[in-house]
Design a protein around this ligand. Structure first.
Ligand code: GDD
Ligand code: MG
Length: 353
């Protein structure tokens, strides 16, 4: 089985992290975002993945792909646009990589910035059961206006035929939204022209009007982690799901509260209080008396004595000074530096500051 992951967005909402690293390679829970998806696809029986990219530094992506093709024994190829083709155009561009002439096997399409438990095997079953052209995963959210909203025939059913699909509606039309995971028959490719085009605005509404689009309500948690606030919320949900699965990855100890992931190469000093909802990456140094709460500290970062970090992301090799405070959805990019005693609130910090 094959899959395409849409990885062409600019990732501007995750700056300054995405100034040094392409969004799909930004770690989430100590693993590049896209690796969560690649591993889930492998577990569902996918053997070939096409990464639809446009502007990214191909060398970084190339190195990543080489490493994981070998580790996971999968074929991972690129389909590179010369100009952004939106969320449907890349499928037309990758047509030959996704389907063989004689095959009618469906393929997965994933947005690259979402996190959930990826119930892909259930989705394959669902697709077989309804037998129509396309399946999409949906989930309920409180504020549907920033997503694609899916209106189904039987609103209360876990799965149903889609009546209409409205991308980023101005007025309330429903609370089930497009979770960014699709299973499509090859015939969907006949509907997509090779130009910049949106699957949400142009393709799904048309398939829905022909009654050939079905939605399955995603079991478990879901989050689009493409912006800092949602990334932090998504991290809380993800860690909570690890707790429910009684995952041994979560650490325990006197200085740990709630759900916390710490890479084994990180060093934590005396008298710290870590958690809940904290992820600490490889090679980080957390000096004594530090308080970390609802945050991510990425590879190689240094948090000096008595500093406080909450609801924020500390990027690779950054330094948070002694008794400094990093709070309220602040994001430090690579090599960011917050001087001793400084308060950093709702701020973006990169090495140029
Ligand atoms: N290759 C390629 N080329 N990929 C692209 C391009 C492009 O021109 N533009 C966007 N993408 C990729 C992004 O990297 C992302 O993985 C995916 O397409 C969706 O783009 P976003 O920019 O993240 O869209 P969104 O979050 O505003 O909305 C989408 O996701 C929501 C769920 O998170 C839509 O699919 C909504 O309907 C959906 O609810
Ligand atoms: Mg997104």
């Amino acid at each position: 089985m094959k899959a395409l992951i849409l990885v062409g967005g600019l990732g501007t909402r995750l700056r300054p992290l995405t100034l040094s690293t392409p969004k799909p390679l930004v770690e989430f829970a100590n693993k590049p975002m896209i690796l969560h998806q690649i591993e889930a696809l492998k577990a569902a029986g996918v053997t070939e993945i096409v990464l639809a990219i446009n502007h990214q530094q191909p060398e970084v992506m190339l190195n990543f792909v080489k490493e994981y093709e070998k580790k996971l024994e999968m074929k991972i190829t690129f389909s590179q646009e010369t100009e952004p083709l939106g969320t449907a155009g890349p499928l037309a561009l990758a047509r030959d990589k996704l389907v063989d002439e004689e095959s009618s096997e469906p393929f997965f399409v994933l947005n690259s910035d979402i996190i959930c438990e990826y119930p892909l095997l259930e989705m394959i079953e669902f697709h077989k059961t309804h037998g129509a052209e396309a399946s999409i995963m949906v989930t309920k959210v409180d504020d549907p206006s920033k997503y694609g909203v899916v209106v189904t025939e039987e609103e209360e059913e876990a799965s149903a035929r889609v009546e209409s699909f409205v991308e980023k509606p101005k007025h309330f039309v429903g609370d089930k939204i497009n979770a960014g995971i699709y299973l499509l028959n090859p015939s969907v490719l006949d509907r997509i022209e090779l130009r910049k085009t949106s699957i949400e605005k142009e393709i799904f509404p048309r398939i829905a009007s022909e009654k050939k689009l079905y939605a399955m309500v995603l079991p478990g948690f879901w989050m689009d982690i493409g912006q800092p606030k949602d990334y932090i919320t998504g991290q809380r949900m993800y860690l909570d799901s690890l707790r429910k699965k009684a995952s041994e990855e979560l650490v325990t100890g006197d200085h740990i509260v709630g759900n916390v992931l710490v890479d084994e190469t990180a060093v934590i000093g005396e008298g710290c209080l870590i958690g809940p909802d904290v992820v600490i990456g490889p090679g980080c140094v957390i000096e004594s008396g530090v308080r970390l709460l609802s945050c991510t500290v990425m590879r190689g970062a240094l948090i000096k004595k008595d500093a406080f970090v909450s609801d924020s992301i500390v990027g690779w090799d950054s330094t948070v000074g002694r008794s400094a405070r990093v709070v309220n959805i602040s994001v430090l990019g690579k090599d960011g530096n917050v001087p001793d005693h400084m308060l950093c609130s709702e701020s973006k910090v990169d090495d140029s500051v």
